[in-house]
Ligand binder design. Structure first.
Ligand code: GDL
Length: 450
């Protein structure tokens, strides 16, 4: 087994509805066109990947996989098939290993060369986030991985095997040097096996070589990054149309590759992938510049229809506003940041900022109106609910600022006829969130009763 070349591409590794065969074929063509070389198949909700990992694929799905593997090879993309057996307590018992052999056989017959075994999300995380996994957790996982390695090696000495550990980020593992789990992997897992790692956190704002130094020493190999920057399965109200960011170019020299786990919504992958491909290829990568260029390329697909048979691309400033409002987990884009700052200042009584804030609210309403006329309805419905929520909040803010300007009586409270209590911002989840509000730095209030 070899560990070259640098792996760069996508891990379909999110929770929720897996992508369709047609979407995967489109993805693979795009990966090839962008010079990205890897597609890791690991959809959490493919039953035969995880919950029912022992079962072979029925004929229809097997054919779809065979076609996908063939499409990967036509596009110059390596297909990696992942199994996630860790929810099954007996995965490394003889019957589990026999099931592994049969499953690997089926996938190999369909054309798969490279494999991964994933042991993420099998132990519930305690409040500290630190999993406390030990060598007792690692040992059967290594047995399982080596069993697969033997089969692969017999067929193909260059087959690659990837492994996702149970603690797969800094927060879960704690100090790598003190982790008996990671030490066991370092000492016992074949050094040719790539170990996946999401960085300091599950969703890492930044990942630097310094973050990985100690880990690399303990694992006795550099990690392969499973990058969740654009993953949005953990919060239904997020979607990420920002650029790949927070990873210096030097990171490429400290890892064996980077695989992006993208937005669940297939139609939303373009900017992530195109900016990432530029990061992979260029030492002088600059997120803002790459984002603007990728946006401009994609904008041609965002055609807005008019009532008389014409169509024109969504204006560039509105598209930039959309991508800045639905940006990255830890940052709004510049236009959204400026609007947010204006609303903040306006609510504190700054009248000049209030004028700008109202103009921002109107832009958001204009953006929404344009989106409803998109020719590509898949794109529209990818952003519809989030854009709707945004324009509702914008309308509410504008209404509040107008009301305040009219000079309400001291102590009066604003209410909106269009945002009725118990309908707008209603529902059980919203009610529960009000009971345990979160501060901007991620703490939850109220404090415990004394
Ligand atoms: C995870 C899961 C992944 C999920 C992501 C974002 C890994 C290794 N596993 O913990 O399936 O999509 O977070 O929610 O990242």
């Amino acid at each position: 087994m070899s560990r070259a070349p640098f792996l760069a591409g996508v891990v379909e590794g999110f929770y929720g509805r897996p992508w369709t065969p047609a979407q995967r074929h489109a993805l693979v063509r795009r990966l090839g066109a962008l010079g990205l070389n890897t597609y890791l198949y690991a959809p959490k909700d493919d039953l035969r990947h995880r919950a029912r990992w022992r079962e072979p694929y029925p004929a229809g799905e097997a054919t779809e996989l065979r076609d996908l593997i063939a499409a990967c090879s036509a596009a110059g993309v390596e297909f990696v098939y992942a199994l996630a057996p860790g929810l099954d307590p007996d995965f490394a018992q003889p019957a589990g290993l026999a099931a592994l052999a049969a499953k690997a056989e089926q996938l190999a017959a369909l054309g798969a060369r490279h494999f991964a075994v994933l042991f993420d999300d099998i132990i519930a995380a305690p409040a500290s986030g630190h999993l406390g996994a030990t060598e007792h957790d690692a040992a059967p996982q290594v047995v399982f991985a080596h069993q697969l390695r033997e089969r692969l090696r017999r067929r193909d000495p260059d087959a690659r095997l990837l492994f996702c550990p149970t603690p797969y980020c800094g927060r879960m593992a704690g100090d790598p040097a003190a982790s008996r789990y990671l030490q066991h992997l370092g000492a016992h897992l074949d050094p040719a096996v790539d170990i996946l790692w999401t960085g300091p956190e599950i969703i890492s704002e930044t990942i630097t070589p310094a973050d990985l130094r100690e880990l690399t020493r303990v694992l006795r190999r550099p990690p392969l990054i499973w990058d969740n920057l654009f993953a949005n399965d953990y919060d239904l109200r997020r979607l990420y149309l920002g650029p790949y960011a927070g990873r210096p170019a030097e990171l490429r020299g400290a890892v064996t590759g980077v695989l992006l786990n993208p937005n669940c919504e297939f139609a939303a992958h373009r900017l992530a992938l195109e900016t990432f491909a530029e990061w992979v290829a260029r030492d002088d990568y600059e997120p803002g510049r790459a984002h603007a260029a990728a946006r401009e390329r994609w904008r041609a697909d965002w055609r807005c229809l008019d009532a008389v048979g014409g169509a024109a691309p969504l204006p560039a400033d509105l598209f930039a506003l959309l991508c800045d409002c639905l940006h990255l987990p830890f940052a709004h884009g510049p236009l959204a940041e400026a609007w947010h700052a204006d609303v903040t200042a306006a609510l504190q009584g700054d009248e000049t900022a209030a004028t700008r804030a109202r103009a921002g609210c109107a832009r958001v309403a204009t953006l929404f109106e344009h989106l409803t006329r998109l020719e590509d309805r898949e794109l529209l419905h990818t952003v519809y609910r989030l854009a709707w929520e945004l324009k509702e909040e914008a309308g509410l803010i504008a209404g509040y600022l107008d009301w305040r300007e009219r000079g309400p009586a001291v102590g009066a409270a604003f209410s909106s006829a269009e945002h009725r209590p118990r309908t707008y911002r209603g529902g059980l989840v919203a009610d529960l969130q009000r009971l345990l509000p979160m501060t901007p730095d991620g703490r939850f209030t109220p404090a415990p009763p004394s």
